[in-house]
Design a protein around this ligand. Sequence first.
Ligand SMILES: Cc1cc2nc3c(=O)[nH]c(=O)nc-3n(C[C@H](O)[C@H](O)[C@H](O)COP(=O)(O)OP(=O)(O)OC[C@H]3O[C@@H](n4cnc5c(N)ncnc54)[C@H](O)[C@@H]3O)c2cc1C
Length: 320
Amino acid sequence: MTESLNQIYDLIIIGGGPAGTTAAIYAARANLKVGVLDKGLTTGALGTTSKIANYPGLAGEVDGAELLNTMRKQAAAFGAEFINDKAIGTDLGGEPKAVFGNLGVYEARAVIIATGSMGRSNLIKGEAELLGRGVSYCAICDAAFFKDKDIAVIGKSDEAVDEALYLSRFARTVHFFPPGREINVSQEELQNLLETPNVVTHQGSVVREIYGDARVEGIRYGERGAEGEESLPVDGAFVYLQGGKPITDFLQGQLELSAEGCLQVDRENQTNIPGVYAIGDVICTHVKQAVIAAGDGAIAAIAAEKWLRGTSKPKVDWGK
Ligand SMILES: Cc1cc2nc3c(=O)[nH]c(=O)nc-3n(C[C@H](O)[C@H](O)[C@H](O)COP(=O)(O)OP(=O)(O)OC[C@H]3O[C@@H](n4cnc5c(N)ncnc54)[C@H](O)[C@@H]3O)c2cc1C
């Protein structure tokens, strides 16, 4: 992945799961300048899946992250640029439209939202109350506040591991709490985490509470499924857990949502703002499968290309 700042694209895709990556394949192959903003390979639904066997063209079972990586390489070979960054805001009404990331601002004439539905609705006890007062979701934004302090990082995706490693350059000790026994990263990344001297990994422990009066003072954690709890004093808690809710927080109400929080689209996957599309699990298709998400991606990319070129009739892409 490259890291590019302040670029102007024809199309920015937020989310590089099967939906966003398929859109990138179609759009880049149609000669659009495409940027795909994604916060981590093992952060979305496909990337977190250990085995997938029903995606067409697979002989046997493959690891979800491996399948996704192959899709991303295909998109990159057509010229799509993958940017390892997290979208934290948007301005979709302007011309060009803007997507704000932790690392920069990305401008484009059209935007596709493909962030999936791994957002959380259940917060850890104390998390909401102490947000901004020691609880954070962004190491780049807040690491410097924790120089020589002890902090906790809670999560098991590559986003969580990347952030923990970044924080280890500032903090005295990073206590890493992956829920469950697995950490969903490559062997190399795992090794890197385990060998970083000031990172302590608490595998199998679940954080039950982040506590403190005016600021974070510590966390309470225990063994999964077991009685008993331990307390660990920390000054900060960085949370990167996954759930089952459409991820739309970064849109700050700019697009229409259903009562369940799903983005609303027409038959071309266009939202209520022209030139802005939504695809995959974030639109809550009643069948949530990788092949359906990929199909959505193809529809939106073809529609976006048509919209960008100002043509009224869709062309059928029979393959060049
Ligand atoms: C445990 C499990 C098992 C499954 N098994 C199967 C199966 O066997 N077969 C099958 O077909 N389907 C399976 N699915 C469903 C399938 O994985 C999903 O339907 C599919 O991945 C949805 O694709 P998507 O691109 O919409 O979202 P996702 O795959 O969730 O991808 C979303 C992407 O958006 C990125 N993202 C999110 N927020 C931001 C942000 N703010 N900024 C930047 N990037 C962001 C994430 O990093 C992620 O890469 C399974 C799902 C789960 C959870």
